[in-house]
Design a protein around this ligand. Structure first.
Ligand SMILES: [Ca+2]
Ligand SMILES: [Ca+2]
Ligand SMILES: [Ca+2]
Ligand SMILES: [Ca+2]
Length: 387
């Protein structure tokens, strides 16, 4: 048994009595917004992904720090989302599209992380354009999902050829795309749902498969009073209960531009951030943690090297461990692991103040992560660039 396994075995044995039974199952909405959104206590960047369950306040699930550490850069804006398979959303089952060409990929590509943590193409822009009958055209996929047969559904940004940005297309494997709904049909769903005349939806901005009604969910650019409302196509068009824009409690005018439903426990996910990600040696920095198990324990550790290991749902949260256990800093910290155990407050938050050690005057990157011992879940990793 390696040192990490030994430490984890000790930690897990300490908390085994407090690990709760599986939480009640239900669906949660994952979303990203067109502009920054004011959530209770925090602003969500348009490149971040948040989570919402009716009756609860929305909170950020995939934060900029974690995405930057995994992807190499903070996404400028995520405009398409999907989570593959049942269970908690994690980096392992995230599919996404970017608003702009970035990270070496196109805005029309559908991307995911492979088992080594590298960004890979799930479906490339060119093949989507070809299926849509506009081969060679520059398109931006701005919404996608899969139906129960596993067929890809897409909508694009901006009218291209005969394709309108409000249209929804289905892409059967190896065959031309099939029009599912015209923009005007989507408009009619919204008009029926709202019970008031809607002259234009502007653009269909997000697609998702609603597991509750087993129908297609979507969000639209207009009317602005409901551009953060999630609609479904059943019963001639209706808003998903609890998912009107006014239900989210946003502190500003918000438009959703990426949505995905996931069946997931109703618990939170540890989120790790820092007030200064590029400190000098000797500086004092403060880490903020939220979304942990109220009054429970967490373990906080760092490494000077990174790796990529994934865990199953038994170790939830982001399910990705990024700290290299062979690294000297990690071994030093793990050797006195009991010093780095903290307690979540009654809201599941905590702050950890650290004085940045000396690395001999050399710029180094340190990777930091927290393990919610009581919730058996991993936080995002974040990167500290020590100058
Ligand atoms: Ca976004
Ligand atoms: Ca896109
Ligand atoms: Ca493009
Ligand atoms: Ca669109």
């Amino acid at each position: 048994m390696g040192q990490y396994q030994a430490v984890c075995a000790v930690l897990l044995s300490m908390v085994i009595g407090t690990v709760s039974e599986a939480n009640a199952q239900g669906s949660a909405l994952l979303f990203s917004t067109s502009g920054d959104a004011q959530l209770p206590g925090r602003t969500a960047d348009d490149g971040e992904v948040s989570r919402f369950v009716p009756g609860q306040t929305p909170h950020v699930l995939f934060n900029a720090s974690g995405l930057e550490t995994l992807l190499g850069e903070v996404p400028g804006d995520i405009d398409g989302l999907h989570f593959e398979g049942p269970g908690r959303p994690s980096y392992r089952n995230l599919q996404f599209s970017l608003l702009s060409n970035q990270l070496g990929f196109k805005d029309g590509d559908i991307l995911a992380l492979d088992s080594a943590g590298q960004i890979v193409l799930v479906r490339d822009e060119d093949s989507i354009a070809t299926a849509l009958g506009i081969s060679g055209s520059n398109i931006d996929v701005d919404g996608f999902t899969y139906n129960e047969s596993g067929e890809l559904l897409v909508t694009i940004d901006g009218n291209v050829g005969t394709i309108q940005d409000g249209d929804v297309y289905r892409l059967p494997a190896g065959a031309p795309a099939v029009l599912v709904y015209t923009e005007d049909q989507v408009r009619l769903f919204v008009e029926t749902a709202l019970g008031t005349p809607v002259t234009s939806i502007g653009d269909t901005l997000g697609l998702a498969w609603d597991p509750t009604s087993r129908s297609l969910a979507f969000c639209v650019q207009s009317p602005s009073s409901d551009d953060a409302t999630v609609f479904v196509d059943d019963q001639g068009g209706r808003a998903v209960p609890g998912h009107r824009e006014s239900d989210f409690g946003f502190g500003n005018a918000v438009e959703l531009n990426a949505i995905a439903f996931t069946s997931a426990p109703t618990d939170g996910y540890p989120l790790l951030d820092v007030d200064d990600s590029s400190p000098a040696e000797g500086a004092t920095i403060q880490f903020s943690l939220e979304g942990g198990s109220p009054n429970g324990l967490f373990w906080f550790v760092a490494s000077g090297g990174r790796t990529y290991e994934t865990f199953g749902p038994g170790l939830g949260g982001t399910e990705v461990w990024l700290l290299d256990r062979q690294n000297a800093l990690y071994q030093q910290l793990a050797g006195s692991w009991w010093r780095y155990i903290g307690r979540w407050d009654a809201q599941g938050s905590s702050n950890v103040t650290v004085q940045v050690p000396s690395f001999g005057g050399q710029p180094v990157a340190a990777y930091v992560q927290a393990f919610d011992m009581s919730g058996s879940a991993l936080s995002n990793a974040l990167t500290i660039h020590v100058n």
